[in-house]
Design a binder for this molecule. Structure first.
Ligand SMILES: [Fe+2]
Ligand SMILES: [Fe+2]
Length: 474
């Protein structure tokens, strides 16, 4: 499983022995670089960034750190090593050996799954392209770019599968993945949350905490797939994803730390007094959390979905940690609790466990988010504050699924349109909130210095000292 770095496209899939595939990917490579230059991180092409690159897919020590100019980053194709005699864990094909080719009957479904996942990767790079201009420190700037190059690599991972297993259709999809644009009216990215803007660093950290975590759950479900190349691709992507989640969680944690330090030092707690000291008040953090959480919940799709059932029964997409779940892995005779809107109330129903798989993955995701929010709240607790951050109710501000037809407060009460309009500015970020947050943004480019609204990290990347020049501009 050694990575071949001598060839044009680094890989551990023995690309050199499939000349046709190698040629096809080498033709896609310059188009990818053009996309990167066109809508990737602004102004950054000439900068030296202290990035990690995969040197092996071994869980220990896969990363190598060095200064790299981002267009020279060695994007490549890395699959986790195969599991010996791996058997399919769920669905109709449970117990059979995993597939190394795509069965004809699942071809179009599987292609759609891969394209939908693949589309999110370049989308987030596009959403984040202007953030480098306002980074709160060199440390944060470097982390942004690390996330960006790895999302670019995740696109490579999906395009490899499309090229290698889906012939001409797959190559066409590879072109389309470079043609759609986040937020574009005519050619938007496939999923809603990936067409939202990420205008400031509070939004960026919320995005990496919440929306990259959706990525974790989707990838984990695909890591169970009977189609082994997809399972192995996503397993390695998950190791990279862990860093993105760290960036989000620690980023918000550092913002909270700075805010509570200022609140204590100056004995203030009213939002405008807190803001006057150049830090972000907790109510604004809560509104950003409400927004990013609710748009990310929509990514899981409708509560009841025949597609989700088909993906599972066809053994294409499993549940989170499928193999650790103690049931029949067939689900056709099991049910699952589901919150629904009935007679103007939210009530719990039980429905078939197959058609509610989207909801189950969403619930697993919510539990993981809650654990992160609990860790943030420890920062508030330690500072002696009584205020806490809360995940809004799952029915709050939804655009997809049964809750899209009703108005629900963050606390989970059904409210009228009128009541919604009256309170919306307390629940979701206002233009004024966003303008205030924007007013605090950097750039801060002196090594070891941080913008007013964020505390330094407790330790550097690759154990570097706090004043390390993570990005060099000349
Ligand atoms: Fe990704
Ligand atoms: Fe990510």
């Amino acid at each position: 499983m050694a990575i071949d770095y001598a060839s044009k496209i680094p890989n551990n899939v023995d690309l050199a022995h499939d000349k046709q595939l190698q040629r096809a990917l080498e033709q896609w490579q310059p188009k990818y670089l053009e996309w990167w230059r066109d809508v990737g991180p602004v102004e950054s092409a000439g900068w030296d960034v202290y990035l990690r690159t995969a040197v092996s897919v071994d869980p220990k020590g896969w990363a190598h750190f060095d200064y790299v100019k981002m267009p020279d980053y060695r994007w490549g194709i890395f699959l986790a090593p195969p599991t010996q005699d791996r058997k399919i864990a769920f669905g109709r094909h449970k117990g059979e050996p995993v597939w190394n080719e795509v069965p004809g009957e699942y071809r179009s479904t599987l292609r759609r799954i891969i394209v939908t996942q693949g589309d999110t990767e370049p989308a987030s790079v596009e959403q984040q392209r202007h953030l480098g201009a306002t980074a709160p420190s060199l440390y944060d700037l470097r982390n942004l770019y690390q996330v960006n190059v790895e999302e670019g690599r995740h696109l490579w991972a999906m395009v490899y599968l499309l090229h290698a297993y889906f012939g001409r259709d797959g190559r066409e999809e590879g072109e389309e993945l470079l043609a759609r644009r986040s937020g574009d009216e005519d050619k938007p990215r496939i999923l809603g949350a990936f067409n939202e803007r990420t205008p400031d660093w509070l939004a960026f950290f919320m995005f990496t905490f919440l929306t990259d975590r959706d990525g974790k759950y989707q990838l984990a479900a695909l890591a169970e797939s009977a189609f082994d190349p997809l399972a192995r691709s996503t397993r390695f992507m998950l190791t990279e994803e862990a860093h993105h989640l760290f960036v989000g969680e620690s980023g918000i944690g550092r913002i909270l730390q700075r805010t509570v330090d200022v609140m204590k030092e100056h004995k203030v707690d009213a939002p405008d007094q807190v803001r006057a000291h150049g830090v972000i008040d907790l109510d604004t953090v809560q509104r950003y959390l409400n927004f990013h959480f609710s748009v990310t919940l929509d990514l899981y799709g409708s509560e009841v979905s025949s597609n989700a059932a088909t993906f599972y029964t066809s053994s294409l997409k499993g549940r989170f940690e499928e193999e650790k779940i103690d049931d029949d892995h067939d689900l056709s005779s099991l049910d699952y609790p589901l919150l629904a809107v009935e007679g103007g109330k939210l009530t719990e129903q039980r429905l078939n466990a197959l058609t509610t798989l989207n909801e189950r993955l969403r619930d697993d995701y919510i539990a993981d988010c809650q654990a992160g929010v609990d860790r943030w709240n420890r920062i508030l607790d330690k500072a002696g504050l009584s205020q806490r951050l809360r995940l809004p109710h799952k029915a709050f501000n939804r655009k997809i699924g049964s809750f899209s037809k009703v108005r629900v407060s963050p606390a989970g009460e059904l409210v009228s349109d009128e009541a919604w309009r009256a309170q919306e500015s307390r629940w979701l970020p206002t233009d004024e909130d966003r303008a205030f947050v924007r007013s605090l943004m950097g750039p801060v480019r002196e090594p070891g210095k941080f913008a007013s609204f964020i505390a330094p990290p407790s330790r550097g990347i690759d154990n570097k000292p706090q004043d390390f020049a993570y990005v060099r501009f000349d």
